[in-house]
Every structure is written in C-alpha cells, then in structure tokens.
Design a protein. Structure first.
Length: 144
C-alpha cells in the first residue's frame, strides 16, 4: 500500500508519513522511502550549493574579465544574489561549509569551461583568481 501511494500520490504519502511520525506510529512508517527522501533532501541542498557557487564564479569571471561596454550592473546583481543565497544555505546547514571546500576545485573548472565556451576569444586564468576562503569569496570586491 505505502509503495503504491508513494509512487501515485507523493504529497498524500508525505502527509501520511508526517502523521505517523507525529503519532509515533512506527509500524505505519514507510521506512525505505522515508530514508530515500531524507537522503535526497541532503543531496538537493548540496546540488543547490554547487549550482549557486558555479553561477557566482561565472559571474565573477564575467565581471572581472569580460569588457562589457554597456553595463556590468547585471553581473554584479547576480553576484550579490548568489552570495546571499549561498549564505542562507550555509546558515541553514552549516555542515555544507565542508562540502563547499570539497567541491570548490571541480566547480571552478566547470565555471571556467562554461565561460570559455561563451567567450572563446578571451583569455581567462586557468587557476582561480578568487580566494577559496568563504568569507572573502562571499564578500570581496574583485573588480574596480
């Protein structure tokens, strides 16, 4: 029953699981799917952090290395927004700080690759010119 409900009406399944947990009705808990969903929540937070870090690095690169004769404000606003969202993620889940340091190198490579594809005629630094310490990355102004 729980298996088909999980597959056919996820929202109802979550509501029933919450009620069972609230009542401490352990026999009614769909342990297999509940575990799967809890692990997925953690993966989702990690995925969001990595995506936001990649967008942040891409827009820092654009702002610092792409000569935009029109207006850099859009890139700066994106940098500001990504920083704000990363700070919120880290405040809600401080353990993600460790994950951030684990993924920084890979995320830098992805961001650099995307920007090089977008601007193939420009030379971008192969090594990250931005600090990998969290405080500086989330607050520093790297352009003038």
């Amino acid at each position: 029953m729980a298996d088909s409900l999980y597959q056919n009406d996820f929202v109802l399944w979550t509501e029933q699981q919450a009620q069972s947990l609230e009542k401490r009705d352990l026999a009614a808990i769909d342990w297999e799917h509940l575990l799967e969903e809890i692990l997925a929540l953690g993966r989702s937070e990690k995925y969001e952090l990595q995506n936001r870090l990649e967008v942040l690095l891409e827009h820092l690169l654009k702002r610092c290395y792409v000569n935009n004769i029109y207006d850099n404000r859009g890139w700066e606003l994106t940098v500001k927004e990504q920083r704000k969202q990363i700070k919120r993620l880290l405040k809600a889940s401080p353990s993600l700080k460790n994950y951030l340091s684990q993924i920084f190198g890979e995320t830098w490579e992805d961001a650099l690759s995307d920007i090089q594809d977008l601007y193939p005629s420009l030379d971008f630094p192969q090594d990250c010119p931005f600090p990998d310490d969290l405080e500086s990355l989330l607050s520093g102004v790297f352009w003038r």
